[in-house]
Design a protein around this ligand. Sequence first.
Ligand SMILES: *Cc1c(COP(=O)(O)O)cnc(C)c1O
Length: 474
Amino acid sequence: MRRRTAEPYKIKSVEPLKMLNYNERKEALENAGYNTFLINSREVYIDLLTDSGTTAMSDQQWGALMVGDEAYAGSESWHHLEKAVKEIYGYKYVIPTHQGRGAENLLSQMKIKEGDFVPGNMYFTTTRAHQELNGATFVDIIIDEGHDSLLDHPFKGNVDISKLEKVIKEAGPEKIPYVCIAVTVNLAGGQPVSMKNLRDVYALCSRYGIDVMYDATRCVENAFFIQEREEGYADTAIKDILKEMFSYSDGCTMSGKKDCLVNIGGFLAMNDEELYIRGRELVVLYEGMPSYGGLSGRDMEAMALGIYESADDNYIAHRVHQVRYLGEQLIDAGIPVVKPIGGHAVFLDAREFLPHLKQEQLPAQALAAAIYLDSGVRSMERGYVSAGRNKVTGENNKPKLELVRLTIPRRVYTNNHMDVVADSIIALYEKRDQIGGLEMTYEPPTLRFFNARFKPLAKNGELMGNTASVTTHS
Ligand SMILES: *Cc1c(COP(=O)(O)O)cnc(C)c1O
């Protein structure tokens, strides 16, 4: 007999959702210039824009806010946070920061010199920006499979060891301040790195005397994939997998807004005492005292608890399974999604979904708009619009991938919400030929995806073509 599982939490406090009708959604979409970033959250039914800072905290965490110690120096809450990081991640020293990029700033400033190279398994926007700001060149060392959206591979975030060794030999180890390993790889779709690969990277770097720094933002999701997929780890607790993962590194930057289960927070951690002493000086300039780093005492208290809660086997199994629960419904309906489904999001392949649109007709932007119009579900474009223009030629970049990202917040929605999302996308897929393209009417000079505005292409008249046929979820 089939035995189903359910959310490993029960609901104690609710935030009622407003459900707009079709005409209200249409108006909201027009007001937002067909850009899902510009829709007000009160106009959204199910918000899958991002998993960053959108977590639901537990009753324990909410309770802990009240006991947060707001002392300027030596806060008790700081000691709780420090203890949690040491216990769960195993590093010797911790410096709190207001979020992940605060830690990236400190690390890049302390370690990078002009002309250095920082190898990494695919870039992340803020991580690479801080490396470049300090004079380094980022070098991508992810395996080729990581760039192939349709290829099934259990550890698509892995480092290609021969690529890494080549960079080290060509640049010279003295030009490589550290190797940055993201667990999991966000921009590859939340794809994990295997324990064997982490071990191999660390062994190689140790031979050359190079530090390995993790971008630990989604480390618990990575640990779950190791438990699920890597030989020898099926019976190992997530806590123990995390400990082993972190033992193959010298430090990490962390965005608490993801796997630490809080709405704001982050930290930099390391084992090197000298680096810690320098970091303790620098954090004062950018974030605050080393005992709060831009956070209130209650933020640190909540993050300390979130770190323990996230390392629970039942929590993380449900988390990753919920993402997959949505993805598999779409796959079963024949909808093109990026495979395998990663730890935090499901990505729709908009070019396959809307083959009648050219990339210049913005299929991913159009699909994200159509999903909102159909059901009030908010997603995000990751394609032609996000890729922006070439800095030198001014030409539009033409990214290989034209995707719509459905990002699942942690502990926020039930699987029933996932069903609503799946139904909407499946209904749209059945009438996909009616979804017309978009054109940009306002293009901001930088990071255009945040504020750009669009309108339906004239020849389609309406975004959906024949809107009269759209009757779902009034
Ligand atoms: C979110 C994120 C960051 C930056 O963290 P913030 O808390 O948003 O500053 C860094 N790396 C990855 C992989 C992320 O997803």
